[in-house]
Design a protein around this ligand. Structure first.
Ligand SMILES: [Zn+2]
Length: 277
């Protein structure tokens, strides 16, 4: 059994330091992953004691989207998204789209996603990925919901699709494009998700790109249980550790952590709605 105390003592002053003074939102985690998080309430309490007051848990297929919405029903601090990830696009069907449409009507389901293109992995063909992506983009426009974008080694194809016509509000989750991709994403009105890689030793090229992104378009995310930030790289990531992402962003921007927390939380509420705050 791991107690809450065991989790908090190793995280240094940052976890304690944020308490009561700062509100952060982890805008992208997979808290409904029961293998990684058998006790989501413990994760939420740890996050709260770090100043992380809201978490958006992300669906990647029909079942996980249902799980995300159910978790949000049970916990005030959790909001959900529903959608079919490109790596699951070969299982996606018209019935899958209807399932997502039904979940989007839930008051705690604040976005459609994560959806997009992933040419790094070949779990689904490019045709299947593109079909699922286009269907869900159209649904988001109809449902007037923002979209959480997953994009890996596919920015030029993905941006070209988005530039074809009207696009819903876009959140470029874990942005990893270059400066040109950033400009195109911002021209589409997109928000830019910042994750653990901003803290990595090898992250200079990414930091140079993110330095150019305006503060009123940036969001902080963990993608927990994946992509733990330094100094925890390689471990199971947790929503509480969005504090390290925020600290990394503050260093890149030459701002205080309080300033970047305030800005990114304001941005999260602009794109996802009030989240009960
Ligand atoms: Zn994710």
């Amino acid at each position: 059994m791991t107690s809450l105390k065991d989790y908090t003592h190793d995280s240094g002053s940052r976890l304690g330091g944020y308490k009561d003074s700062v509100t952060l939102v982890d805008t992208h985690c997979h808290l409904s992953d029961v293998r990684a998080f058998p006790d989501p309430r413990l994760e939420i309490e740890t996050a709260l004691s770090a100043g992380v007051r809201r978490m958006v848990t992300i669906g990647i297929d029909g079942d996980s989207s249902h799980d995300a919405v159910r978790l949000a029903e049970r916990h005030e601090e959790v909001y959900a998204t529903a959608g079919w990830h490109p790596n699951h696009a070969s299982d996606y069907s018209a019935a899958g789209l209807q399932e997502i449409e039904a979940l989007l009507a839930h008051p705690k389901c604040v976005a459609l996603g994560e959806i997009g293109l992933d040419f790094y992995r070949d779990h689904a063909s490019r045709d299947d990925q593109e079909r699922a992506f286009r269907d869900q983009l159209a649904l988001a426009l109809d449902a007037r919901k923002p979209v959480v974008i997953h994009c890996r080694e596919a920015y030029s194809d993905l941006l070209a699709i988005l530039e074809e016509g009207a696009a819903p509000p876009l959140i470029f989750h874990c942005f990893s494009g270059d400066a040109t991709d950033l400009r195109r994403a911002l021209d589409l009105g997109g928000w830019i998700g910042v994750d653990g890689p901003i803290t990595y030793k090898s992250g200079d090229p990414l930091r140079q790109v993110l330095y150019q992104a305006p503060m009123d378009k940036l969001l902080v995310e963990t993608d927990a249980p994946y992509m733990a930030p330094e100094p925890h790289r390689g471990m199971t990531n947790r929503p509480a550790w969005v504090t390290y992402v925020n600290a990394g962003l503050a260093r890149v921007k030459g701002l205080t952590e309080t300033e970047t927390a305030l800005a990114t939380t304001t941005n999260a509420l602009a794109v996802f709605g009030p989240l009960g705050l």
